[in-house]
Design a protein around this ligand. Structure first.
Ligand code: URP
Ligand code: ZN
Ligand code: ZN
Length: 483
């Protein structure tokens, strides 16, 4: 049975037009002006509404074991919430413990994700280095469709990648045609500043941003970009939160380097005053890294997104409930880092991006779906409404409103960083591979219907590689006077 959506305005990243969309067997099979349904097809009239590609969230952590606890949203509850908010694909992270076999960790994450209701893919983190890691990266890239490797420059004594790991892993990724993704914060600096805060008696959540100032992110962003430059590998900075990091990306891009940046709605809209709230639970619920920043950074992030210096929006969805956050009641360094948002990203970005005039509807599609599909090489299977693409889309009513609240959201967490925010413009229907999985507040999705999305390697650009190594060759200079 097919699905025919009639009379909608189709909004892709490159253009908008009116038309009908017919999907069958999970794919968009026809787009036209007046399509007719076959017997048995489901028909939806989208008059007055938009059809946009389903959201792709390139940064989630479902069921992540982290800082002595496990993220509360798992692949079932978290991807249900994603569908409710119009996100049809997530890219989560396999994070091996130091010394753990990357393939073993990958299999573990595959098992956890079996209950997923939305499509999912994996970045794999490189948290340590030896020859076996080098080999495992090859197997993951060539056999399992992993074309991106993640590096945490923070979280010393846990999953932090030092320069040895970064250099080796970046070099290996270049050989494979993979992209490197980076959490850019200098873990040594964070560690030292955390000790200083505790020594000064600052033990509450207000110590969190003080121990992770923007310079910590700026230093790591610049270092990662320079290493990527010398290793000649594309790099993607996750959760860019401050002016220093945006400027580092802009500089590198202006110099011709392939550098991408991601931003979270939370960093665009919230500031660091949340950590000084007198309610400990409220402040701790916002503890995530990098922290929310002093006000001025937000405008800079918006400008980064508007100008194309930053290309994607994500959520870093990593939920912890209050009892879990309380592990750090006496010491902010022990508060599990993470906030939610996988359900809210699309609507918050529409409201604050499109309704405010900062983004056009086409730019909205680019930053919530298409750019991610392109950077992580699943375009045009995902990220566009086009014949032959997966039938992943939202029917979007730009006039419908919702007040975001923990009391009504589907995310399995007792807090919402956007609590009380009124948003206008939301998905009335979510379609995933041709199935209506969400409609007017109800989710129709069985656990396990989500499919793993393999991502092909980017073809290594041999010309660029040649050019780059030629630039680094030492050319003998004839002895001559230089005065
Ligand atoms: O605080 C955060 N962001 N928690 C999740 C892990 C990470 O750094 O992305
Ligand atoms: Zn991170
Ligand atoms: Zn993360």
């Amino acid at each position: 049975m097919g699905l025919l959506v009639k009379n909608g305005k189709i909004v892709n990243a490159d253009m908008s037009f009116f038309g009908d969309v017919l999907s069958d067997q999970g794919k968009i099979v026809q787009i036209g002006e007046t399509l007719t349904a076959a017997p048995g097809d489901e028909v939806i009239d989208a008059e007055g509404q938009l059809l946009m590609p389903g959201g792709i969230d390139p940064h989630t952590h479902m069921e992540l074991p982290f800082m002595g606890t496990v993220a509360s949203d798992d692949f079932y509850t978290g991807t249900r919430a994603a569908l409710a908010g119009g996100t049809t694909t997530i890219i989560d992270f396999v994070i091996p413990n130091p010394q753990q076999d990357l393939l073993e960790a990958y299999e573990l994450w595959q098992q956890k994700a079996e209950k997923s209701v939305a499509d999912y893919s994996f970045h794999v983190a490189v948290t340590w280095w030896d020859e076996s890691v080098r080999e495992a990266m090859g197997v993951l890239a060539n056999e399992h469709g992993v074309n991106s490797f993640k590096h945490f420059m923070a979280y010393k004594n846990a999953i932090m990648a030092d320069d040895e790991v970064l250099v080796n892993s970046f070099k290996r990724a270049r050989e494979l045609g993979a992209i490197c993704t980076v959490h850019a914060e200098n873990g040594e600096l964070v560690f030292t500043l955390q000790q200083e805060m505790i020594e000064q008696g600052i033990t509450g959540p207000e110590g969190h941003p003080l121990s992770r100032p923007p310079e910590v992110e700026g230093e790591a962003a610049n270092r990662a970009i320079e290493i990527a430059h010398l290793m000649n590998v594309p790099i993607y900075l996750v959760h860019t939160s401050c002016q220093q990091a945006v400027d580092a990306i802009a500089r590198a891009r202006a110099n011709g380097q392939r550098v991408y940046g991601e931003v979270l709605p939370g960093h665009l809209l919230l500031d660091d005053s949340v950590y000084r709230n007198e309610d400990w639970s409220f402040a701790a619920a916002h503890v995530m890294s990098p922290p929310f920043r002093p006000k001025g950074h937000q405008e800079h992030l918006w400008h980064g997104l508007q100008s194309g210096t930053l290309q994607t929006t994500a959520t870093d969805h990593c939920c912890f409930c209050d009892p879990q956050k309380r592990n750090g009641i006496d010491d902010f360094t022990k508060i599990p880092n993470g906030t939610g948002g996988v359900e809210d990203r699309m609507q918050v970005m529409w409201h604050h991006g499109v309704n405010s005039g900062r983004l056009t509807e086409n730019e909205f599609v680019a930053v919530t779906s298409t750019n991610t599909a392109k950077i992580f090489n699943i375009y045009p299977r995902k990220g566009v409404i086009r014949e032959g693409s997966d039938a992943d889309f939202v029917i979007w009513n730009p006039n419908t409103t919702r007040t975001i609240s923990k009391n009504t959201h589907h995310q399995k967490v007792d807090f919402n960083i956007f609590e009380g925010m009124d948003v206008q413009g939301l998905n009335t229907v979510t379609v995933s591979r041709g199935e209506v999985v969400y409609r007017d507040g109800q989710i129709f999705a069985e656990g396990g219907r989500g499919q793993y999305v393999k991502r092909p390697l980017h073809s290594a650009d041999s010309q660029a590689l040649k050019l780059h190594s030629a630039q680094r060759k030492v050319t003998p200079v004839k002895r001559e006077n230089n005065y």
